[in-house]
Design a protein around this ligand. Sequence first.
Ligand code: UFG
Length: 324
Amino acid sequence: MRVMVTGGAGYIGSVVTEELLKGGDEAVVYDSLYKGHREAVVEGATFVKGDLLDTAFLRDTLVKHRIEAVVHMAADSLVGESVKEPAKYFRNNVLGGLSLLDAMREAKVSSLVFSSTAAVYGEPAKQPIEESDPTEPTNPYGETKLAFERALRWYEGAYGVRFVSLRYFNAAGATERCGERHHPETHLIPLVLQAAAGERPDITVFGEDYATPDGTCVRDYIHVVDLAQAHVLALHALAKGHPSAIYNLGCGGEGYSVKQVIDCARRVTQRDIPVRVGARRPGDPAVLIASSSRIMRELGWRPQQQQLEAIVASAWRWMQRPRA
Ligand code: UFG
């Protein structure tokens, strides 16, 4: 299948591209490089530099490369920033997404896999979270992802676009070639590993007075390769006529607390990691655990690397890789 990956020069997008190529699909990466990195575009993929808001260029790209399906990952994704700059998030995540849907209609491409987020649930009333639970985002980031999911429903009825929306929990880890490199970095695992590598003096734990076993927030970490494989499964299911669907993507179980992540990183790296305890980060729910039984049941998805050690070790290997 010929697939266009928007945001394919980003962390998760590059791993999705890798998995597509590994499985014999062809990939065209469409990325503005405003956050992505040119060198993250996987060898073997065609790279097109373009803006999501440029509907005509998107349409021409879809037609020129005879694209059959799209994975849409290009988005702004920082919760804190979204609260300060909602206009940026509504423009890039909602308007940008609608521009893509217009281009797809014009080019007659009707399959889409969308990267959504656990942030659509807001402060969940129960764990694990199921797809049918209430969606009440507590920040513009989650709101814009939910808005696009809702648009997809209406576009399906009117224009026949079929989609799978994947609500990611905490993506982490790396492959040999692709890993996490955000500027600024805000995610726990890369920050903890930077502290282990001496690239930052310490890691600040954002609150240790939550109603969790050790007082720190609990999250559902999922290996980026397991996450990427779900996109490939979804694309192939859509090609075979699978109806539109929304799926959570996490490993479930008990999850891991911030302190457990730091202890795990100490074991993996064999380094000292100085810790400071700071205030809670506004908007952080105490616990976020996915029920992913729907995607397991309907698409046969099975995470292969559920152990936090394996996830952290892969990220550490990537950080320590020899660089040119
Ligand atoms: N944390 C710290 N110190 C840090 C960074 C993070 O203690 O320096 C804590 C956070 O408070 C949180 C946990 O580590 O409890 C994980 O934080 P991340 O920033 O790595 O991830 P989040 O759970 O905040 O974010 C994830 C996705 C977002 C998504 C969000 C939904 O990365 O895209 O879940 O709430 F929006």
